[in-house]
Design a protein around this ligand. Sequence first.
Ligand code: HEM
Length: 407
Amino acid sequence: MDKLNRRNVLRAGGALGAIGALSLATPAQARPLWTWSARGSVAGTGAGLDPRWVWDEEADPLVASLLDRGDVPKVNELLRTWTKNSQPLPDGLPTDLRDFMEHARRMPSWADQEKLATAVEFNEKRGLYLGVLYGLASGMMSTVIPKEARAVYYSQGGADMKDRISKTAKLGYDIGSRNAYEPDGEMIVTCVKTRLVHAAVRHLLPQSQYWQGAADEEIPISQADMMVTWHSLPTTVMQKLTAWEVPIPDAESEAFLHSWQLGAHMLGIKDEYIPASWSEANSQAKQVLDPILAPTPEGIKLADILLSLGAEVDGGILSKPILGSFTRFMLGDEIAGWLQIPREPLWDTLLNTFWGPFILAREGLLPFPGAKETYWLFEEFIRQAALIYLSEARPISIEIPQTNRPS
Ligand code: HEM
């Protein structure tokens, strides 16, 4: 097992992280009013519009027009060759798309190279924990975000979840890689392509009779939805690391936040909605994420698929019951109940009793109070969990969908 090298860990962390972005939603009317102040955002100021009613006014009409004009197959083919941040856009793209992408690929003035370098250190040091957390905290949480779960389930990718996971995984991999936002990295490309995909979904899903029947909204993936999913990723991960008492220097914690703030910007989230600090992130998450978590039939099915993927890699330590128990441990009894995850008396007890001490022992802070076997069982678990979707993190092209899930 010690063969797990840094690259593999980062790949795994990325792959799992992306799963966190898979789902999202809840009855719009059940959401509280938007009172979070833009003063706490990276912009420091804003128009103060409720982000439930804000989408992506630049990308949405453009991609709708590409779909209507029948340009998407050609665009997808051309964009397959566009993979590196500094690479010129391919010749032959429609002019309106090219203009948009040239603008969308620019990093904001507040990008801080020093913080990004520190984020690399953090990702390298904490790759194993990040793998487990992105996969089993963010990923499973996404299945109880109703709007995301429905959007994912009824969109084209919902018909082939394995393929979808590998595509979504690319973003998580790219953000954790050493050269993420550097000229030879891929994070900017991935974000701009994903921004186009989301714009396409906003145009396509309202045409799906299945989505229309299940959803309680007219246009999916609002800016508020984007922030909800965002919180299921870095905010949730940092909350767990803090709860586990993993020692993280302030500079690394801030740097990790910064890499995700940039990711949000590059995905088309407006700066006035992106929290400037962890305390602002936690307060926004309390307002937009916590109250909307709820079960849906679509989310239950997606969760079942996610929990079953581990068994394909390793039928033992990553079996469905063990991943289910870990989900219960991380997200609590209520969410586990919503997802119809059965109780596992042995694993539930082991995790509740020994996970905290295991992390402290792993960090060299305290001797492990339990049996040596338990320590190594947990160690094996995090290594295997970090590897679980490794096979999925192959080079993959994110493409603009042209249809919805057929049924
Ligand atoms: C596609 C990431 C928010 C629904 C994607 C893809 C990525 C991604 C990397 C491309 C993968 C693919 O083509 O399958 C993210 C991140 C988000 C976010 C990082 C927030 C920080 C959301 C939200 C929703 C959503 C809020 C829905 C409410 C979808 C759907 C697709 C997609 C339906 C297209 C799947 C298809 O092709 O059928 N997202 N996403 N995403 N995302 Fe998101």
